[in-house]
Ligand binder design. Structure first.
Ligand code: GRG
Length: 280
């Protein structure tokens, strides 16, 4: 995946050099690559060609990287560390960080439009729409808007869930769907994959809240305990640690149930396990 991302990012010695260096800085050398791994795992279900899935996976990861760059900026979360190194705006300045996010986002759609991902052109257009919807105001950006508006506000559990389904879940869902759409689709399969994706997407966030609440010091560049310190509602603050852990476990079970009838589902099962058991 690193080679794919590196190949499709603009070279650092091509003008505008600082912007291109900053784009590479924001994407390469770091990150768990959960979304690309999910795309590959879903592609195995539909027997997709790996060279096609890797483009879809890269596009999703570029959107993810852009979201982190903008999320870290002073107007949003104001973080100074990301993936164990200074955040993009700390390293390159705020104006460049804004442009990095903009450029990564457009590069993602350029990739989807420039490569054959499916022999059915209609299906490929639908993939572009999946990523657009997942990223925009009805997906991740919308979830982020709700998140920003909820700081210091008492929100209910359904409201918290609504926010995370959009902010984190939408892109995770897009990763699974895009990976699957690179292959031969069966609508019943897609429905089950979609359910799997919704469960792991939400579980990812519940586990993130559990890790954030459990770790007293900075881990791997993420400022642990920051959400609580920022007075942001989390699953742990709303439900308590024990309930949050059982919610994560039940989402894990639901995810596994959704894909249990599929052949070639081992990687999707492993990803669900990783998302629940991860410690970083
Ligand atoms: C700025 C439009 C816009 C959106 C930002 C996803 C997001 C929306 C912000 C991230 C805020 C955050 C830290 C949320 C917690 C869950 C999460 C998405 C963590 C980061 O994803 P990982 O753990 O990161 O997959 P790596 O570095 O491993 O890629």
């Amino acid at each position: 995946m690193e080679i794919v991302l590196s190949t499709h990012l603009p070279a650092a010695d091509i003008a505008p050099k600082t912007l291109h260096q900053a784009m590479r800085y924001a994407v390469l050398e770091g990150g768990k690559r959960v979304r690309p791994l999910l795309a590959f795992a879903a592609g195995e279900i539909t027997q997709a060609q790996p060279e096609r899935v890797e483009i879809a996976a890269a596009a999703v990861e570029l959107i993810h990287a852009y979201s982190l760059v903008h999320d870290d900026m002073p107007a949003m979360d104001n973080d100074v560390l990301r993936r164990g190194k200074p955040t993009c705006h700390v390293e390159f300045g705020e104006a460049t960080a804004l442009l990095v996010g903009d450029s990564l986002q457009t590069l993602a759609f350029d990739l989807l439009a420039s490569h054959t991902l499916n022999d059915n052109a209609q299906q490929q257009l639908h993939m572009i729409k999946i990523l657009a919807n997942a990223s925009g105001s009805r997906g991740m950006a919308g979830g982020q808007a709700i998140d920003l508006a909820s700081v210091g506000v008492a929100i209910s559990l359904p409201e918290l869930e609504f926010m995370h389904i959009h902010k984190t879940g939408a892109l995770i869902r897009a990763a699974v769907l895009l990976g699957a759409h690179c292959g031969q689709l069966d609508p019943a399969q897609i429905e089950k994959l979609d359910h799997y994706a919704k469960c792991v997407g939400l579980a990812f966030q519940v586990v993130d809240d559990i890790l954030d609440a459990s770790a007293p010091t900075a881990i791997l560049g993420k400022t642990a305990g920051k959400d609580a310190a920022d007075n942001k509602p989390t699953y742990v603050s709303l439900m308590g640690m024990t309930e949050a852990k059982s919610l994560a476990a039940s989402l894990h079970q639901d995810a596994l149930l959704a894909i249990q009838g599929f052949e070639h589902n081992q990687r999707l099962r492993e990803m669900a396990d990783f998302i629940i058991q991860r410690t970083f």
